[in-house]
Design a binder for this molecule. Sequence first.
Ligand code: XMP
Length: 317
Amino acid sequence: DWTPDSFVETTIAALKEKLGDDKVVLGLSGGVDSSVAAVLLHHAIGKNLYCIFVDNGLLRKNEFESVLESYKHMGLNVKGVDAKQRFYDALSGLSDPEKKRKAIGRVFIEVFDDEAHQVQDVKWLGQGTIYPDVIESVSVKGPSATIKSHHNVGGLPDFMKLKVVEPLNTLFKDEVRRVGKALQIDDNILGRHPFPGPGLAIRILGEITPEKVAILQEADAIYINNLRSAGVYDKVWQAGAIYLPVQSVGVMGDERTYENVVCLRAVESLDGMTADWCHLPYDLLAKISNEIINNVKGINRVVYDISSKPPATIEWE
Ligand code: XMP
């Protein structure tokens, strides 16, 4: 029978056997999957695991600093890399979702490769790929159904020549969380909602600019903090704000405004393959909407997404 403890035990033993004294590099994303994969590998090979945490400029507000701190606390051998400008440069002028994903994937690999080259004699790339990532990236291969290319699946460009080790690729999200608990990983990391690799770039519809990122980070932080203080965060599978490329008329005091719309999304799901929109309380939605409109310059309207997956997807891009 599968239990988190037996999984941890057999996986660590198998990793020791497989990796021996080899060195592994792993990109941490701040999410549950890469964090759990890192801790498993750390248990198996200790300092031979070299973690790299890249700031792509597309994370939530203050996320990079606070998560890097947590990783260090957990004893991981981790290096934080500020690559914000490289990502913004690569995204400049792009508005097609798949082009944005590809650009982000490409820059991530470049940055990661630069860092990996600094680790002498590295043999392996560790990844936090989970089972649904594997299925979705297989199922989108058909020409009629290019849904989304998940950039963190499918391994490597040839030039990296590393073997791939993916200790979680048979698990669903809830199982990954249970394994993380068995490994005593902090709740602040384990309880975190899933967050896409391309980050806020696919929650800003159209072209990305650092200014739009800053606006969305503020709105998103108000949203998420309110979900937390209302005790709702843990009941929601995934939530986030989306910056819409739509301007609408509003009034602020005596002034007419013409500003952008932010959409709030919150879903219930088991594994992200299907999802229902959450029936958040109206008074909570009202409070969040007021706070965003009153505090985030550039936003004068907030809407709530009431679409389920399928036929909608969780992300808007
Ligand atoms: P969708 O939008 O396809 O999302 O219903 C399902 C789950 O996958 C996440 N997602 C991504 N994760 N790279 C990722 O690492 C991506 O390009 C990507 N696109 C979607 C999404 O946040 C949700 O949890």
